[in-house]
Design a protein around this ligand. Structure first.
Ligand SMILES: C[S@@+](CC[C@H](N)C(=O)[O-])C[C@H]1O[C@@H](n2cnc3c(N)ncnc32)[C@H](O)[C@@H]1O
Ligand code: SF4
Length: 488
């Protein structure tokens, strides 16, 4: 990576010009943005061999499993007005269960390479995973146990859903199947604000689902979004007050990502709080939760200690370092696989097909349903790890030294120094910690540490486009340019 761009002047100008800009949270994708995942043939066999070799030589190479669902109930406006994830409209249980049959077949394709691997945790997300009928939760856990006969005692096995689709019967099936946690996408408890999303969700739905979860021994997380149209500090605090008074131990507080052809971006942009108003919302939420005994585990995650049902789930980031193996199954699911012990170019991020017919056709033809991916250089993998550390707000210098043989402070010294000067980070010989508003700015700081590499990737992409156009012109055809949408 060239080391010339990140001069103190460049870094300070970057911070000055970006502190008031809207944040873009890419925790699902890490580094780089999926716009650059342009390799259409991802070598699954090679990855499988590397995976097997790593689990033989490093007896601690656990895997995290993600399973996606394409479907969501129809809303007006569409896609809840703000959602940037690829989803399809729910077409009934027959279509959903037909889809799930494909996931089982995809899981079977990974069985051999997962042999002997410990499952560290699983997340059944979406889309909307609580659309399934009760019997399907048992099928899901049967499939998980077939793929991973060994599941860590500490594994969080989380089913994500929306409040109005939980029933007591479903909740019981979720608990009986062996899943041990639910995560509810609530976004706003305030019914007037929530109605902008077109969801017919009431406070009663939220409270009722939390009661069932508690009764059945399931840990529960609630996702909220701040930066919502017309949201004020008062409505935000009322929502948090409700959750705190209902003893919700895990609260994930995302900042709204605005983009794409969503209703919020097209029709409610003027109602959105500014970035600095979002910062006020963030501070008010964080201070409220910390004052009520919650610990801030990451930019977005808050947890109150003492929940008898919870283990150690950390969404979107890991405190593990050397080894990242997160297997994604299903429509649009993402897999991350990498380890500094691998030769250069053998760490990968890749995404399954975001077209349901293509996802199914690949499996029908006996192929892994992978759409495209990104092959990481060692420096790319370093950025991938650093993005995760930044979201966790804590960069452990000793771990970087042990795993990668470098001082992460030295590598980006001008950035850490500028952040420390502004009171956004604290640097000690052991760690670099984002402090105060530093956690809010984690996505911007991630973009800054990746700035040099992003410049190279943009140049490569432009070159590739020019070459494609040249070849197409020579052949007299018009070619689509490869690229991946922004995703969620
Ligand atoms: C992709 S959704 C899937 C779960 C479920 N369908 C739901 O809507 O709650 C998972 C979480 O992502 C978050 N999310 C979705 N779109 C977002 C956006 N544009 N900005 C910030 N967070 C978003 C929401 O908090 C949501 O609970
Ligand atoms: S927010 Fe959730 S329910 Fe709404 S479209 Fe996105 S994934 Fe589906």
């Amino acid at each position: 990576m060239p080391a010339i761009v990140l001069t103190p002047d460049f870094v300070n100008n970057y911070l000055d010009s970006h502190l008031a800009e809207r944040q873009v949270n890419k925790i699902q994708h890490g580094f780089p943005s999926p716009r650059f995942w342009n390799e259409l043939s991802v070598p699954l066999d090679e990855i499988g061999e590397d995976r097997r070799r790593l689990s033989e030589t490093h007896n601690e190479s656990p895997v995290f499993l993600y399973i996606g669902v394409p479907y969501c109930i129809k809303t007006d406006p569409g896609k809840c007005g703000y959602c940037l994830f690829p989803v399809e409209e729910f077409q009934g249980n027959a279509a959903l269960e037909n889809y799930y049959g494909y996931v089982e077949r995809e899981a079977e394709m990974y069985r051999e390479q997962m042999e002997g691997v410990l499952l560290a945790g699983a997340y059944f997300g979406g889309g909307t995973s609580n659309l399934y009928r009760p019997a399907v939760y048992h099928r899901i856990m049967d499939m998980v146990r077939r793929l991973f006969p060994e599941i860590s005692d500490q594994a969080d096995l989380t089913l994500e859903g929306i409040p109005q689709l939980f029933t007591r019967e479903k909740m019981r099936a979720i608990a009986d199947s062996g899943m041990n946690r639910i995560s509810m996408g609530v976004q706003q408890i305030n019914e007037r604000l929530n109605s902008f999303s077109g969801r017919k969700q009431t406070t009663k739905h939220v409270i009722q689902s939390l009661e069932w979860a508690r009764e059945l021994g399931l840990a529960a997380n609630v996702d909220l979004i701040f930066g919502w149209p017309q949201q004020t500090v008062d409505t935000l605090l009322e929502d948090l007050e409700t959750l705190v008074s209902w003893d919700v131990y895990d609260i994930t507080h995302y900042e709204l990502n605005v983009g794409g052809p969503t209703d919020f971006a097209l029709n409610r942009y003027h109602e959105l709080p500014s970035t600095l108003a979002n910062l006020e919302l963030y501070r008010a939420g964080r201070d409220f939760l910390v004052d009520h005994g919650y610990e801030q585990l990451s930019t977005y995650n808050f947890r109150r200690p003492g929940d008898p049902t919870t283990r150690d789930f950390r969404e979107g980031y890991t405190t593990r370092f050397d080894h990242v193996d997160s297997l994604g199954l299903g429509y649009a699911a993402i897999t991350f696989f990498g380890n500094p012990a691998l030769p250069s170019g053998r760490s990968w991020s890749f995404i399954n097909h975001r077209s349901l017919p293509q996802y199914k056709a690949a499996i029908d033809n006996g192929r892994f349903p992978v759409e495209r991916g990104f092959r990481h250089t060692p420096d790319d993998w370093l950025l991938m790890l650093l993005f995760r550390s930044l979201i966790s707000t804590d960069i452990d210098r000793t771990r970087y030294r042990t795993a990668l043989g470098l001082d992460i402070y030295e590598k980006f010294a001008t950035i850490w120094d500028a952040l420390a000067e502004r009171g956004l980070a604290k640097v000690t010989p052991e760690r670099i910690k984002l402090v105060d508003d530093g956690a809010f700015y984690a996505p911007m700081i991630s973009a800054l540490v990746a700035e040099e590499r992003y410049r190279e990737l943009r140049e490569q992409a432009a070159r590739h486009r020019r070459e494609s156009r040249g070849h197409a012109a020579a052949a007299g055809v018009t070619l689509p340019v490869p690229g991946v949408g922004s995703g969620g």
